[in-house]
Design a protein around this ligand. Sequence first.
Ligand code: CP
Length: 316
Amino acid sequence: MKQFLSVADIGDLKAAIAEARSLKEDPFAHSALGQRKTLGLVFFNNSLRTRLSMQRAARNLGLDVIVLNTGGDAWKLEFADGTVMDGGTAEHIREAAAVLGAYCDIIAVRAFPGLQDRDDDEKEEILSSIIRHSGKPVISMESATRHPLQSFADCLTVEEFRTGARPRVVLTWAPHPRALPHSVANSFLEWMRHMDVNLVLTHPEGYELNPAFTEGVQVLHDREEALASADFVYAKNWSSYTSYGEVLTRDSEWMVTAEDLRHTANAHFMHCLPVRRNVVVEDAVLDSDHSIVIPQAENRIWTAQVVLKRMLEAMN
Ligand code: CP
């Protein structure tokens, strides 16, 4: 594996999930694979799970890890070529990425969208500049449009908790006070389409996602109809894609409640975390046996470990 940016990079998903389950059984089975190699984690945005699960996964493989938080710790970066850099930016991405490439064997990058200009965000300028100028394998730790590490862990979690063939998996929009990216929802649909599940998407009018991610997915605006008989309910907020980056409603009717789950097939509740209690989902769900958000978060380790292992194997 030379890069990990989307589901296209994982190959056979069934085999990848089996590999993650095997690493979960025996985390140190490949502890010599990463020796004398360094993983660089570059964060342009906050993180708890991605930051820590990547480090756990890397250390299980014997990798050394260095972390760069670009916010206050690094020089302000310039991305435009040909710029006279006599303003606020002190370092060009060309040098910064090349230096990261000199220090690291694998580079993982988190860079959220600005949610101001859709075309700009979809260019994925930070991620593609680091790919272009570092010369090293790159992992997306969530970009403007996708969060593949999260979705891979979500697939493992559904596989572990499913009890029957072809479970009904419902991705539901939920309210949030701030404008959030589309990446988790986009990726979830992209990856779930490779699983043997009955996938349903529900959201209020105006929250349609990029059609590139929803093609072939059943979309229901009637939330009750969508949740009926669900085996998995995955809640996530995203801002409007069509009225780009806007919060069109904070309708609390879309918060996931214990009453909602009574109309499902005793559904498991999933969320990528962090989650705002009693805004996105009520306490009574998160604190109940329905919730599998903690095993879901733990699975971030094993799926990240598959990605790192495959990259290391490709180098040897
Ligand atoms: N789900 C997820 O990516 O969590 P963090 O933003 O804390 O890394």
